[in-house]
Design a protein around this ligand. Structure first.
Ligand SMILES: [Zn+2]
Ligand SMILES: [Zn+2]
Length: 250
């Protein structure tokens, strides 16, 4: 059987209406529909400290050919955002359990917004009352170790940003962190500044970090692989078979 490697377009950083800061119109089904319109092969649903809208996105994508990867954007105790993307439902469930066990506080809808769990038909089925916008009590080393112990992919989010980023908070990418990639924001790509992050010797990826449907597509990752599955993405990252892309590049 001949292998067919092609350039696949994936968005590794998509929020839904479960994130308190995301728009309520950003439902899992809408994110999937918009990603398909934009010609994406895959997307990772990564809400703040929660994966409760992953099942709805998966069901919405069933039979469409769009790959939906399950993940979350975890906030470490240093207020560093890290994407954890997982290959199995069981690994995602275990990470969710660990994050929830280390995430103090209750959400205040008035200040932070609603956190809606949806089904694939855009119906609200639950509201999460945890303080998803908050930081976990887990240090960055612990967060990354936990992701890797569960066989997941660990990506430092938007490292070009001053706030909530590894380089913004620590000033460096610590050598002993078992990261699979550094994430760059759409702004970094639009400004053509991605080169300066090659110095850390890690693959560079990007995702829209969309909180609104209109933000999908503004940046993405091109994966040289047979398909957009978790296994193919992990293998591509291991051989640096990825590239960043932006719809806004000048
Ligand atoms: Zn973030
Ligand atoms: Zn984000």
């Amino acid at each position: 059987v001949a292998t067919r490697i092609s350039d696949l377009k994936v968005d590794l950083h998509v929020h839904t209406c479960l994130s308190p800061c995301a728009d309520l119109s950003m439902t899992p089904a809408v994110a999937v529909a918009r990603a398909r319109e934009l010609g994406f092969d895959g997307l990772a649903i990564c809400d703040h400290n929660s994966a409760e809208n992953v099942p709805a996105a998966r069901r919405a994508a069933e039979g469409t050919g769009l790959e939906v990867l399950g993940g979350m954007e975890i906030t470490s105790s240093e207020e560093v955002h890290v994407l954890g993307i997982f290959g199995t439902d069981e690994a995602l469930r275990q990470m969710q359990e660990t994050v929830y066990a280390n995430l103090p506080g209750k959400n205040d809808e008035t200040y932070f917004g609603r956190q809606i769990v949806m089904n694939e038909n855009d119906e609200a089925v639950d509201a999460c009352d945890r303080l998803l916008i908050g930081a976990t009590t887990m240090g960055i080393t612990e967060v990354v170790s936990c992701i890797k112990a569960l066989g997941g992919i660990a990506i430092a989010s938007h490292v070009d940003r001053d706030s909530y980023s590894l380089i913004g908070q620590l000033g460096i990418v610590p050598e002993d962190l078992a990261l699979d990639a550094l994430g760059l924001s759409f702004r970094c790509l639009a400004a053509g500044k991605q080169k300066s992050y090659e110095v850390w010797g890690l693959p560079l990826v990007s995702g829209s970090d969309a909180h609104f449907p209109s933000e999908l597509g503004r940046s993405f990752t091109v994966v040289h692989a047979e398909n957009a599955s978790f296994e193919e993405l992990a293998a591509a990252l291991a051989r640096d078979g990825v590239a960043v892309g932006s719809a806004l590049r000048s």
